[in-house]
Structure formats: C-alpha cells, structure tokens
Design a binder for this molecule. Structure first.
Ligand code: GDP
Length: 297
C-alpha cells in the first residue's frame, strides 16, 4: 500500500491546492482533466468523470476543496468498479487441480508473475506445480524453473527446444493430476506474431489442456507502463482467448495507474492482481479503494 501510494499518486500535493482556489473555474477542470489523461485513464472515462463532477459541484453548490476531493474519489471508485468479481479460481475441483493459464506478450512480466503467484498460493498451503509452455525462448523454461526452486514448487518442462507448447501444458496438468496438486500454473509463450497465429496457439493450448482438466483462469499480464500499446495488446489477446482476469505489472514507479480503468472498460474483465516489483513478495490483490486512494494521495 505504501509503495502503491507513493508511485501512483497522479495529483501529488497539487489536487487540494488546485481545488482551494477561490473559484473552481475552467482552468481547474482543465488541469484535473489533463492529469487524469496523463495517468492513462483514457479519454472516455476522463470526460465522463469530469462531467459528472462538474454536475455534482453545480447541483450540490459546493466549493469546499475537501468535499470536491471526496466526490472525485467517489466518481473514480465508481469507474474502477468495486463490484467486479476479483476472486481467483484456484481451488481444487474434486480430484482435479485448478488450472491457470498465464498469457501476455514477452517482457510484460509473465514468468515473474507466475513465480510470485506460486509464492502467494504456497503461503495459502496449496500444492502448486508450474508448467513451462513458453517453448520458443530457450531461457524461458530455465527462468521459470528458477522461480519454482525459489518458491519451492516443481516445474514441468520439455527437454526439447521448440517443443509443442500445448503438449508441455498438457504434460504439466497431467502431472498435476497425478501428484494431486491443488493448482497448476502454466506460463505460455508471448510471441505476438500475428493475430491468427496467436489465436491458433492459445486456442490449441486451452483445448489440449482441457482434455485433462478444465481451465479455471486465463490471466492476461499487461505492463502498466505501456499505455495505449498495452491496450492494443489486450484487445488482441481477448479476441484470441477468453480472459478471466488481468494482472497489471510494474505499477511500482509509475503514475500511469489510470490504465486500470481504461483496460477494464475496454475488455469488461477485472484487474485481479497487481505487480509492484521484481521480488517474490511483490504481487498484491487489486483493491479498488486502496488504489483510488493512492491515485489521489
Ligand atoms: P515475460 O517475458 O513476460 O515472462 O517477462 P518477465 O517475467 O521475464 O519480466 C520481464 C522483466 O520485468 C524482468 O526484468 C522482471 O523482473 C520485470 N518485472 C516483472 N514484473 C515486474 C513488476 O511488477 N515491477 C517491476 N518493476 N518489474 C517487473
């Protein structure tokens, strides 16, 4: 929370100063709008929010900075949508483990997220198994296995470079069933070659895995610092496979947190987890209230 507050504050100390001016005039609204746009909230959400706020200021006839700030908080929270279901489906299904596919383009923090999530689940006393289905990069399976060793869980991988990702994913889930694991986390390849290729690959992984056990979560990992680029990626993935949740990484050290709102509105999928650093404990559940407070801090 502390880290989130420091790095995600979009107004800095400026908001109350801004609202404390004698009149909340057009300049003030312009500055609020600009700040929200810079935070990557997106043009639609920003316009909607500023208009709602202006309406309320008019109707409630208030000029009290603290009151306007409270209204801004309420409107932001409404946009972040606290009612979305952000729980993770990571419970065993009778004899079968929960299966989580982790998808996203290279470099966004997929493998790191799998490692950190494994750590969270182990802390909840779950038996976790990792599947290294990113078979395109030779180093990817090593990196995942290193995370596995670090958090004390086994990794299923192929010895053959360029092996079929779907077959490795299937092997991992089969091993999970055999070993009575609670959760199998599958790290997938992130080559965004073209939409058709991606659809084929992810669709096949899911189909083949589901011969062994149903896929419970498909988590799309996005880098919070990539702005509009990340949004485009997100849409391509969402067309390729049914996404059940977003993991937004690298929220440490960026004031671009407004991207949460833009992504959720664009995909209709909740942000469930956030990455706050490179270490094993730097993954947190996404909490709308704490998040909005951090934006306004
Ligand atoms: P992948 O290619 O998607 O599997 O990405 P990696 O997991 O290899 O991560 C790429 C880089 O981003 C690595 O240097 C990670 O340490 C770093 N990284 C991942 N998540 C975070 C995060 O939440 N915050 C920061 N600051 N760095 C991160």
């Amino acid at each position: 929370r502390g880290r989130l507050a420091r790095s995600n504050s979009v107004f800095g100390k400026g908001l109350l100063a801004l609202l404390s001016r004698d009149r909340i005039d057009q300049d003030v609204w312009d500055e609020i709008e600009e700040t929200l746009l810079l935070a990557d909230l997106g043009t639609d959400a920003t316009t909607e929010l500023v208009e709602a706020l202006q309406r309320r200021v008019r109707v409630e006839g208030t000029n009290d900075p603290a009151h306007v700030k409270a209204m801004l908080r309420e409107e932001l929270l409404r946009l972040v949508d606290p009612a979305m279901d952000r729980s993770l489906a990571v419970d065993r299904k009778g004899p079968l483990p929960a299966v989580v596919l982790v998808v996203g383009v290279n470099g966004v923090g997929k493998t790191t997220t799998v490692g950190k999530l494994a750590r969270v689940l182990v802390a909840e006393d779950k038996d976790v198994l990792l599947g290294a289905a990113d078979t395109f990069r030779a180093a990817a399976a090593d990196q995942l296995a290193t995370w596995g060793a670090r958090v004390g869980v086994p990794t299923v991988r192929s010895d053959v470079e360029g092996a079929d990702p779907a077959s490795v994913a299937h092997d991992a889930v089969s091993a999970g069933i055999e070993q009575e694991a609670d959760v199998v986390l599958v790290d997938t390849a992130g080559r965004l070659q073209n939409k058709a290729g991606l659809m084929d690959q992810l669709g096949k992984i899911k189909r083949v895995v589901e011969k062994a056990a149903a896929v419970d979560e498909v988590l799309l990992v996005l880098d919070a610092t990539t702005g509009q680029n990340g949004m485009t990626q997100a849409r391509v993935f969402a067309e390729a496979v049914h996404i059940t949740g977003i993991v937004l990484t690298k929220l440490d050290g960026t004031a671009k947190g407004g991207i949460v709102v833009a992504i959720q509105r664009s995909l209709g999928v909740p942000v469930k987890l956030i990455g706050l650093g490179e270490g094993p404990d730097d993954l947190a559940p996404f909490e709308p209230e704490a998040f909005v407070d951090a934006l306004l801090d």
